[in-house]
Design a protein around this ligand. Structure first.
Ligand SMILES: C=C(O[C@@H]1C=C(C(=O)O)C=C[C@H]1O)C(=O)O
Length: 379
């Protein structure tokens, strides 16, 4: 019997053998889950029909008034013990899925399956939509431009490693706007087929993940061979083919590649967060708590950047980010990427950007979108 089969049997013993007082209750839960599953799918089928009628009538998919009524009615009907906020949370997800199925949006992410970009996309879009694996960041931008994708999600900054230059450079190359920002905590698990430390002879992962788990590996797997892969999800794919290979990858990769955790959260340091940008789709309306991203280039003359930044200071706006990247047209000339608080529809933001434009060689507004709170994470 393999270790995995023994683990499965242990699980069964804990949960499903006939003599356990848990088993009739677990049986009931299974049957209730089947009914919930069937009802969710029925609701989605009806959603599709509603969508067809709306398409014929030329009406909008989203009907906020109706959505509010649905939630309020259920909150009133709710006999408990489910908390009102739980009911609202669950039905908001179901309603989003019912809306999405009427006009599925396509979302591009850097693959393969279970990459950090994929996980960020699933979290940001609440698992609703068609998630399309892309071979590179360039393809995400290019396919949005060609209208093959509605949205894309790309990393722009990591709390430990800093700016993701490749993404910044693509904003210079493409006329693609930012719709939202999303912070994704990055955590590493060690995954393998058996989930047993003693079976692990080789560890695969992306160099960055290996570096972030160095001490753990030294302590728990001092003799293992460590091999680099192009992504953590590629490592998970390798581990799914050989019992002696373990991958440092996200916990979610276990689910996609049918792996078990040997150990969880093995990074030497907590607080690793990546900021992603959602690109494409409609331009978001002003919410009152927004951020505007711009990029510009200045003359290569003394004080040019200082002059370009002075309007921000004069207007009393909060500049929350400034990055520079070589333009790659002329040596020592730079693109500047700046985030300021406020929406381009705020008069003061608009006027300030126009003043920067008058000082710049060129300026492009990348988008105004709601500010997301940075998550506080502990190891
Ligand atoms: C299904 C509909 O489309 C959307 C989804 C809704 C839902 O899931 O209840 C409600 C309103 C719409 O935003 C509908 O209009 O009834």
């Amino acid at each position: 019997m393999t270790d995995r089969e023994i683990k499965d049997e242990d699980n069964q013993k804990q949960t499903g053998d006939d003599s356990s007082p848990l088993s009739p209750l677990r049986g009931e839960i299974d049957r209730i889950d089947e009914r919930i599953l069937e009802l969710i799918n029925q609701r989605l089928e009806i959603g599709k029909k509603v969508g067809e009628i709306k398409k014929k009538k030329g009406s909008q998919i989203l009907d906020r008034t109706r959505e509010r009524m649905v939630i309020e009615r259920l909150s009133q009907l709710n006999p408990g013990p489910a908390d009102e906020s739980l009911i609202q949370y669950i039905f908001n997800v179901i309603i989003t899925a019912t809306r999405e199925i009427q006009k599925p949006k396509t979302i591009g992410y850097l693959g393969p399956l279970a990459s950090h970009s994929h996980i960020a996309a699933l979290h940001y879009f609440n698992h609703c939509g068609e998630f399309v694996e892309q071979p590179g960041f360039f393809d995400i931008f290019n396919n949005i431009k060609r209208k093959e994708l509605h949205f894309g999600i790309v990393p722009v900054e990591n709390s430990i490693e800093g700016a993701v230059n490749y993404t910044l450079d693509l904003f210079a190359e493409f006329e693609i706007h930012i719709t939202a920002e999303h912070y994704e905590p990055i955590s590493h698990d060690l995954l393998s087929i058996t989930g047993e430390l003693k079976d692990v002879k080789t560890v695969y992962s992306h160099p960055q993940a290996i570096a972030q788990c160095k001490n753990w590996l030294k302590k728990h797997l001092p003799h293992a061979i460590v091999m680099e892969t192009s992504s953590t999800s590629n490592a998970a794919l390798m581990a799914s083919k050989d019992e002696q290979i373990a991958a440092i990858a996200s916990g979610k990769a276990a689910h996609f590649y049918n792996l078990l955790p040997v150990a969880s959260k093995i990074q030497d340091r907590g607080g690793n967060i990546t900021r992603f940008l959602v690109i494409g789709g409609d331009r978001p309306e002003r919410t009152g708590d927004d951020k505007t991203s711009i990029m510009f280039a200045t003359n290569h003359t003394p004080g040019a950047l200082f002059r370009a930044l002075s309007p921000v200071n004069r207007a009393g706006l909060n500049m929350v980010k400034l990055e520079s990247r070589p333009t790659r047209h002329y040596n020592w000339s730079y693109h500047f990427f700046m985030d300021i608080e406020g929406h381009i529809e705020d008069e003061i933001v608009f006027q300030t950007i126009e003043q920067i434009r008058s000082q710049a060689l060129y300026l492009k507004v990348l988008g105004s979108y709601p500010i997301m709170a940075k998550p506080e994470i502990l190891q």
